[in-house]
Design a binder for this molecule. Sequence first.
Ligand code: AMP
Length: 115
Amino acid sequence: MTYDPTNVFARILRREIPTPWLHEDEHCIAFRDIAPQAPLHVLVIPKKPLRNVADAGPDDATLLGHLLRVGAALAKQLGYPDARLVTNNGAGVGQTVFHLHVHVLAGRSLAWPPG
Ligand code: AMP
């Protein structure tokens, strides 16, 4: 499948949608989820146009790790040293936006296994 540059996160990256960015570096940005599922619900997304983890290649391994590290650091910085970092990889498991993103959830008890 090809990357669709009209997806909502691509539009946030192009600043076509005015979403406050909590973090930006060379490789990614982070912003709050519009429909938070926990007191902290942040999304970390790469600047690189990747649909999801399955779309990432060997050259993206460092980038994938970076997204996780940024998510954990941001949660800690915002007062949540414990946080769940998850990514939906495909429509069959709930992915709705096809620009890779890591959900960072914290601030309430989270069931395991997830629903
Ligand atoms: P997923 O279902 O894993 O693809 O997650 C997509 C997430 O994007 C959902 O949690 C949505 O609430 C969130 N979302 C959709 N549109 C926006 C937006 N404009 N700004 C922030 N988050 C959004």
